[in-house]
Every structure is written in C-alpha cells, then in structure tokens.
Design a protein around this ligand. Structure first.
Ligand code: PEP
Ligand code: MN
Length: 271
C-alpha cells in the first residue's frame, strides 16, 4: 500500500522539527506567543521581552493577514516584517508569521523562521506546493471547516514537495455552538498523534475568542498531548486592532506558564 508521507505507517517515530535551536515535537513543549498582528514597534518589543522572560521560545506576530472581510485591517506587511526582524535581533527569539500568497514567500522567509499557513489558506494548494519547495518550517493551521483527513492531506502537499518540516496547529472548528468563537477540537490532538508522526500544537486563542477562556483550553491542550501552543499575547491587548478580546495580557501569560509547566510534568513532558 502507498502510505502517505505524514502517516505513522510511513514513519513510526515522532518527527521533531528544528527551528533554530528550538525543537518542536521533542519532550520539551514549545510555546509560541505574541500579538495577533504586529501594529507598532514599541509594543511588539515590550511584548516579546515579556513573553521571553516567562519562557516562550518563539515570537508570533502577523504581518500579512487573511482577514474574513476586505474592509478589516490587513496587517502592515513589509513594515511589520522589519519590526519582527528587530524584535528577533533584540531577543534572539525565532519568529513565526503568516504567508498569504506565494509572492510573499521570499520576502517573509528573509525574516521568519516559521511560515504560518492560516486557517483560511489551508486548502490553497498553490501556496502549499510553494512552501513545500522552501526549506522553512511550516506551521499548518487546520481549516475551520475541514476534517482531520483534509488537514493531513494538506500537509501531504508540503511533504511531497520535499519539505519535511511541517508542524500542525489545531485552532478550532466551526460548529453550531456559538458561546465561543470556534469549537476547539481537543480530540484532534490524540487522533493526529495516532495517525501521524508530525508534531501538533494548539492555538487556544482563536477557538476561545475571549481571553478569560484561553487558560483553561491551553491547559487542556497540554494535557491532551500537544507539543506546544501558539498563543496571542500582548502588553496592551485592548489597544490593538485585531483579536484584542482573545489576546491575553503579558501578566496573564506570566501566570499561565507555571500552570502549563505543572500540566506538562503530569503528562511526562517538560516546559
Ligand atoms: C492568526 O493566527 O492570527 C490567525 C489569523 O489564525 P487563523 O488562521 O487560525 O484564523
Ligand atoms: Mn489572530
């Protein structure tokens, strides 16, 4: 039988994706934290230093965004990449940021250590093939209307191009439940772990849609076996243009990290 490159049949051992000195998928969990969207240099640096001090190992921040509406703020693009590059230089933290279009890959790749494929782009096969040809680690978010099989098939496009550095990211799916922004499919973590050797992290922020709910689902993700988290954190989330309601403060992040550490230890991992 012709097994998929992402499958356990193809490769039994867990894959570990190196991001500079950081290893995603190893015993130590990786926390990626930062603003939804890079909006100004000072708050980006302040946030980056604060999350680093609390133990985050990767800085996240959007430059090119895939917003649902064309009227919504689309990100600062190249200007945001320059701000990310400065924050990276000052902190040494590797950077994860989104690519929305094949034409952005070279530019974004000059600054970013991880290329994020957003939920709305998960089935953009042209983009998947293009990141499959580059050497950067790719963070592949689950489409919010996609099954786990479709998500793994999307990963296959990247792997088939020769790029083995794929990290999956569960971020919640659309269900009839409307008390939260999306429904976090916590079971996708053990399901993916049983079917695939690829590392999987969880984004609790976009599912929760509300910063008061982020901690509970972040702890649950670690308990379920996730290899890390992608969390929206900002020094001043109420002043941001995008996703401020679901973005935890740097203070909340500092309180959350020891809790995540305790959960990690309970399930045989470390942080
Ligand atoms: C984000 O990470 O800010 C983002 C836009 O996420 P998603 O693609 O999962 O909606
Ligand atoms: Mn966001």
């Amino acid at each position: 039988m012709n097994h998929h490159l992402s499958s356990r049949e193809h490769k039994a051992q867990n894959s570990v994706v190196p991001v500079g000195e950081v290893q995603v998928g190893a015993r130590r969990l990786v926390i990626m934290a930062g603003p939804c969207t890079v909006e100004d240099e000072d708050s980006l640096l302040k946030t980056a230093l604060a999350v680093q001090a609390s133990g985050a190992q990767v800085l996240r921040g959007g430059a090119f965004k895939t917003r649902t509406s064309p009227d919504a703020f689309q990100g600062l693009g190249e200007t945001a990449l320059q701000m990310l590059a400065k924050a990276k230089e000052k902190t040494g933290l590797p950077v994860a940021t989104e690519v929305t279009d094949v034409r952005e890959i070279d530019l974004v790749g000059q600054c970013a250590d991880i290329l994020q494929i957003g939920s709305r782009s998960m089935q953009n096969t042209v983009l998947l093939k293009a990141v499959g040809r580059c050497g950067h680690p790719v963070l592949l978010k689950r489409g919010f209307a996609n099954t786990i099989d479709e998500w793994l098939a999307a990963a296959e496009y990247i792997l088939a191009g020769g790029n083995e550095r794929v990290i999956l990211c569960e971020r919640g799916i659309r269900t009839f439940e409307n008390s939260t922004r999306f429904s976090l499919d916590i079971l996708s973590v053990p399901v993916v772990k049983s079917r695939s050797h690829l590392p999987i992290i969880v984004d609790p922020s976009h599912a929760a849609g509300n910063r008061e709910l982020v901690g509970a689902v972040a702890r649950a993700a670690i308990a379920a076996g996730a290899d890390g988290l992608l969390i929206e954190v900002d020094c001043c989330p109420d002043a941001t243009k995008v996703d401020g309601r679901q973005t935890i403060t740097t203070g909340q992040f500092a309180e959350l990290m020891p809790q995540l550490c305790a959960v990690a230890q309970a399930v045989g991992r470390e942080l």
